[in-house]
Ligand binder design. Structure first.
Ligand code: PAJ
Length: 290
C-alpha cells in the first residue's frame, strides 16, 4: 500500500517504487522519471509535462541529496515543502512521488560512488569540489531504482545534464536521457528554487545574468573574439552589481572545454553571486553558419 499526500501516491522505499513501476510495465505502459530536490516551480513542472508527452506514467522524485552539497553550502536551509510540492505534482498529472529518506538512499555502510570524469572538472566542478560526484552517484541510483524508459533533466543545469548523459551511456543504464529548455521569468531570470533567497534589491539585479550572456552570444555572433566577449560579460556583471563572478565561459557544448572554433556548437555558461546566493545560467551559442 502506498502512502498518499492529498491525492498523490507516495513511495518512500525503493521496493515500493519498483512495485508500482512493475505494475505499469506489466500493463504495457511507458514510464518517465523526473528527479528533483523539491521546492518545485514551473521549471520542474515543465519537466513533468515533458515526461507526460514521452511516456504514459510520470514519476517525480524529491530528494535533497546531502552528498552534492559542500560543507559550507545551503543543505540545511535548502527550501523544503513536501505538501506544497505534492499538490503541484498532482495538479500536473504526475502519477507517483518517490520521496525516500536519507537512510533509504544511503543505508549504513554505503560506500560506492560514481566518479563522473572530465566533464565534471571545469566550470562548477572547480568551485564545488565533490558536487558532481554526489550528483552522479544519486542520479545513477535514482535511474537504477526507477527503471524508467526515459528521464527528464533541465538545461538550466547544463553541465549536470552533460554529465548525466555520459554516465547513462558509460554505465549502460537503459534509460533515455532527455534535456528540456530553461524556463524563465518574464524578465529573463531562470527559475530556480534558490531565487527564494534573493532580497528585493538582489532580485532586481538578477535578470542581468541572462541579459549579459545573451549579449555575449550577440557579440560573438557579430564577430567579437571569444576571450574578449567573455571578459566583457564578466565586467558587465560586476557593473550590474554581482559581488563575485565564479566564471563566465564560452565552452564547447558537448565537451565543456573552452570553445576552440566557431565551427562547433558552443555554450555560454555563468555562475555568479548576489550576496550569499549563487546563481547559474547558460545559453546556446550556435556554430557559425548554423
Ligand atoms: P533541482 O535543482 O531540484 O532540479 C531538478 C531538475 O529541474 C533538474 O533537471 C534541473 O535542471 C531542472 N530545472 C531547474 N530549474 C529549471 C528551469 N528554470 N528550467 C528548466 N529546468 C529546470 O538538479 C537537481 O535538482 C539535482 O541535482 C538532481 C538532478 C535532482 C540530483 O539530486
Amino acid at each position: 500500500m502506498l502512502e498518499r499526500l492529498g491525492s498523490l501516491p507516495v513511495a518512500r522505499s525503493v521496493a515500493a517504487l519498483r512495485d508500482e513501476v512493475a505494475q505499469w510495465r506489466r500493463a504495457g505502459e511507458a514510464v518517465a522519471l523526473v528527479p528533483t530536490m523539491g521546492a518545485l516551480h514551473q521549471g520542474h513542472l515543465a519537466l513533468i509535462a515533458h515526461g507526460k508527452k514521452l511516456a504514459d506514467r510520470v514519476v517525480a522524485s524529491i530528494f535533497v541529496n546531502p552528498t552534492q552539497f559542500g560543507p559550507n553550502e545551503d543543505f540545511a536551509r535548502y527550501p523544503r515543502d513536501e505538501a506544497g510540492d505534492a499538490a503541484k505534482l498532482a495538479a500536473a498529472q504526475c502519477d507517483l512521488l518517490y520521496a525516500p529518506t536519507v537512510g533509504e538512499m544511503y543505508p549504513a555502510g554505503f560506500a560506492t560512488t560514481v566518479s563522473p570524469g572530465p566533464l565534471a572538472e571545469p566550470l562548477d566542478g572547480r568551485f564545488r569540489p565533490g558536487h558532481f560526484t554526489g550528483v552522479a552517484t544519486v542520479v545513477a541510483k535514482l535511474l537504477l531504482q526507477a527503471g524508467a524508459d526515459v528521464a527528464c533533466f533541465g538545461e538550466k543545469d547544463y553541465q549536470q545534464l552533460q554529465i548525466i548523459r555520459r554516465l547513462a551511456r558509460d554505465l549502460d543504464i537503459p534509460t533515455r536521457i532527455e534535456g528540456a529548455p530553461i524556463v524563465r521569468e518574464a524578465d529573463g531570470l531562470a527559475l530556480s528554487s534558490r531565487n527564494a533567497y534573493l532580497s528585493p534589491e538582489q532580485r532586481a539585479i538578477a535578470p542581468a545574468l541572462h541579459r549579459t550572456i545573451a549579449a555575449v552570444v550577440t557579440r560573438v555572433g557579430d564577430g567579437a573574439p571569444l576571450p574578449e566577449a567573455a571578459a566583457w560579460g564578466a565586467a558587465e556583471l560586476a557593473r550590474a552589481g554581482f559581488a563575485k563572478i565564479d566564471y563566465l565561459e564560452i565552452c564547447d557544448a558537448e565537451t565543456l572545454l573552452p570553445l576552440a572554433t566557431r565551427e562547433r556548437s558552443g555554450r555560454v555558461l555563468v555562475a555568479a553571486w548576489l550576496g550569499m546566493t549563487r546563481l547559474i545560467d547558460n545559453l546556446a551559442l550556435p556554430r557559425s553558419g548554423a
